[in-house]
Design a protein. Sequence first.
Length: 727
Amino acid sequence: MSACWDITQCNEERCPSFLSEEGYCWLRAGTRQRDQARAGFHAKLEHCLVCDVFRSHANADDAGWMGFLVKQVRAYCEDVLRRAYQREERFFQILDRLPDGLFTIDSEWKITYMNPAAELITGFSAYDAVGMFCKDVFKNTVCLTDCPVKHAGVTGQNISNREYTIRNAFGQEIPVICSTAVLRGDDNEILGGIEVFKDITERKRLEDERIASEKKYRRIFEGSQDMIYLNSRSGKLLDINPAGVRMLGYSSKAELLALQSVAKLYLNPSDPRKFRDIIERQGFAKDFETELVRKDGRPITVLLTGNAVFDANGRLELIEGLAKDITQRKAAEKKLRQRNRELQFLNNISLTMNLTMNLDAILQFSLENVLNMLGLRRGGVYLIDRDSGGAVLRAQVGLNSDLVGRKGRIRLRDDRLMKALFRENTSFAPKPRFPVFRANVKVDGEKSVDFHCFLITVKDLATGFFALEPPPDKEFSIEEKDLMGSVGNFLGGAVENTQLMNAVKRHREELQRLTGELFHSQDMERKRIARELHDEAGQALTGINLSLESVMRMIPEDSDGVREAITETRKQVNRTYQDIRRMSHRLHPSMLTDLGLKPTLNDMFDYVCSHFGLQIEFNMVGFDSRLDPEVETALYRFSQEALNNTLKHSGAENFKLSLVRSYPHIIFIAEDDGMGFDPLTIGEGKAGLGLLGMRERAALVNGKFQLKAVPGKGTRIRIEIPIEEMN
């Protein structure tokens, strides 16, 4: 801003017209007073003529008043023109820097100005465009014959933010958004106009992408088989896809959105808050398991996945959620877990059967596990006793333990079924499970309780049943009935197998007792025969030998033939006596009773070595005293049988026998280097009968018999006899 004294070289710094708010100094730039001063030159001159500064300079000027006044007017006009030019130059600089295209036209619709942005969009240079008609430069698809400014001038309506597609100088179509303004004179005549437009190609591309993305999202949203929904932070349900409407059992989206709050869809009222808290804390939630409620009230299990949409302040605004119905999967998992429990239960029963053959223990274990799996507290297992026409309580939980093993106080509601089960040997076609039947059981004195019963069957017969007391509102499911059917069938076989094994055990014990008596009888008979052979036949032969000796003395010396015959007869008698003596020794050596095991075995081995050429090694360790006669006899028979097998069948050159007394066992080991054999062939011929006899005799003294034989590599027998059993 320039002061008047700068122009008039005035030394007065306090010009009253310049400093006053009401003054009319034409040199005051940018003030309201200057604008008013421009209203008329005469008003400005009047103020200057009364200005003391102006008057003092005019009087001192060589050109006089008039000359000074002319110079001041010329300076004022030059300043006005200079300032006007500067303003126009700044205005066009601003227009040239605009990012939007702009051109102006005159009243003939010819372009008078075009900024660089308009050049870039239209493809025309300003040099070529100025003077051209607007419609030839700004070719659009709406106003085909006229430019938008002319069209606005004709219609009398300016255009604001209207989209066109123009064709540039290179023939390319460019989308633009355009605003036009028509300039009119005082008489409303058209003086020209201004066109401002913007290339929206990028915006259109982004918008097209947005529309395509929205369509794609909408296709996903509408076509998804999982529920997709949108709710606000406050929990208002804003949108949901058709799959969600179907999943929740509603007839339409509008009906579902009418619920307003998404919390009404949850079975657990606290779950919506938990889900929202997770999303607010970490921005998303994945596989949040919860239960939703359908319109019909039926719950469904879902996995929720959600993403947060935050506002500009970072506050949760929306929640985008996806719900996957896993009800069937959860049911399948539940069934699978149930099946695993059932298999584990049946496996435990079989394991219990392997560990014990006690039927009552198996039934008690089964009952306790059945009650635990079904969530029950009281029940029993009854086995049918058709001889007494009733059922015997064999296992119980929550009943009177004193009744176990006795005929139970139970009565079936169906008398015909009771008769068929308890009195008649009725056959049942095998089934995976049988229908549940009811029975009244007296517990706690005379109180009668209603029990549900499940059959225990084997093949085509009922052997017993489970009697379980369910709560009043309890209904057994199909899966639970199937479980009880499986348990009943499995346990029926277990009952039968246990009974058979017990019978086999009893029979084996009886057989073992009879075998023991047989061996004892054999030993006694052998001892008797041996004694009779030794005492009677031996004495008779001795008498014959003495008689022959007497006859020999009575025969003349010259009767050589007779004497030779008698001598040969005496030799035969002696051989017969030795054979009888050996036979008696094999049947029952008297040395075993008189001297014990070691001398008897040494005598037997010495005889075999001298007559059969077999090399024998015998060791007996730890025997400081005599053994029980039964055990000594057993060990002697083991040694005798092992040696006989070696001599008869093995073709061995060496035989070794070891007897070791090492607490808590006596260990018997017999081995040879013969041809061996296949142990699986024992019992197929006479060769195996001796080994079977050894096994049975070992069992009689509670010993363990082990046989190791390999064809071509000899045979080894090991027997362990517990010492405590000999007391």
